[in-house]
Design a protein around this ligand. Structure first.
Ligand code: PRP
Length: 177
């Protein structure tokens, strides 16, 4: 485990400002809808989702999915498996998937496919950060906080071996293996 504090990549202030902008944009875009369902992807999205949902001004409910992946890495097709499903049906609902990071894009691709098959009224995706240079899956992100370089990032929900998730900023570390 790295012993020094992660180097700041995106400060707490920049994240706060960007989340307020995204919340405003989403609230305007969905302004004429009765309600949206925000689907957070555990574990990483819990902090971003909490801040984003509270900054929004339209009726919304929150649900979660748990996914686990294996064989991750590069352009290799990664396997993604559903380990915890939504509590409620999304049929006929306006659904916004909320992710902390899109890396290869396999997780988001799997998620959008899975949710689309349940016949939502609409389906969009929001991510706090994307490593665009590593994204190989065919995914479109409707609302993106920041594009980031291909570094190991932690904080604001993102982890290294399940640590650093509650760091209030996004930082970079050098993994120790
Ligand atoms: C992270 C992140 C995304 C996924 C993105 O989850 O939360 O769900 O990886 O990677 P991809 O674009 O290459 O598919 P992780 O499996 O690390 O689980 P966690 O959220 O519990 O940390």
């Amino acid at each position: 485990m790295p012993t020094t504090l992660p180097e700041v990549l995106i400060s707490e202030d920049r994240i706060r400002v960007r989340i307020a902008e995204l919340a405003g944009q989403i609230s305007r875009d969905y302004g004429d809808r009765d309600e949206i369902v925000m689907v957070g992807v555990l574990k990483g999205a819990f902090i971003f989702l909490a801040d984003l949902a509270r900054a929004m001004t339209i009726p919304r409910r929150v649900d979660f999915m748990g996914l686990s992946s294996y064989g991750r890495g590069g352009a290799q097709q990664s396997g993604v498996r559903l380990v915890m499903d939504l509590r409620e049906s999304i049929e006929g609902q306006h659904v916004l998937v909320v992710e902390d990071i899109v890396d290869t894009g396999h997780t988001l691709h799997y998620l959008l496919d899975t949710l689309f098959a349940r016949h939502p009224a609409s389906l969009k995706a929001c991510a706090l950060v994307q490593k665009r240079s590593r994204t190989v899956a065919d995914v479109s992100i409707d609302y993106l906080g920041f594009e980031i370089p291909d570094r190991w990032v932690v904080g604001f929900g993102l982890d290294y071996k399940d640590r650093f998730r509650t760091l209030p900023y996004i930082g970079t570390i050098t993994p120790d293996e």
